[in-house]
Design a binder for this molecule. Sequence first.
Ligand SMILES: [Zn+2]
Ligand SMILES: [Zn+2]
Length: 167
Amino acid sequence: MLVRAPFQQCPTSSWNPARVPPLNMQAMARAEMTSGTWEGGCLCGAVRYRFTGELRELLYCHCRMCQRAGGTPVVAWMTLSTSGLQWTGRPPASYQSSASARRFFCAACGSPLAFQADDEPDQIDLTIASLDDPARAAPTYHAWVSSRLPWFETSDDLPRHEQASAT
Ligand SMILES: [Zn+2]
Ligand SMILES: [Zn+2]
């Protein structure tokens, strides 16, 4: 039987992305959700992807850039190794969304699909909602709750960080 880990308060003053373990206890209890083969794509179906491997992180990002880029109060991301990712169908278009990062989307329908930081070429984030079966990948923490919209709240007890890496 899987036992849920108790809520752990994150000391935001000492939070450092490099020290956050890639998966917390809740994610470990759902290990079946974090490795395997994953397929997804955009709304119109022109851009498709397939990933085989292990998910490094699963998170909600409440940052303003994700809100604007997604047109949504929060974006759910899964972080994975670029080596296991294949774009199939039409290649995604990209946009240099900051001095150090690029966002990928479908040029035909506009669906947000991926985020990649220039200084971390070995990993990429995909939007969980673009998976064919997004229920397989549940976020394990909230990032950038400092810009969470006051009218948007979730009832989970996941760790909440004031900030995070610049997704
Ligand atoms: Zn599309
Ligand atoms: Zn973000």
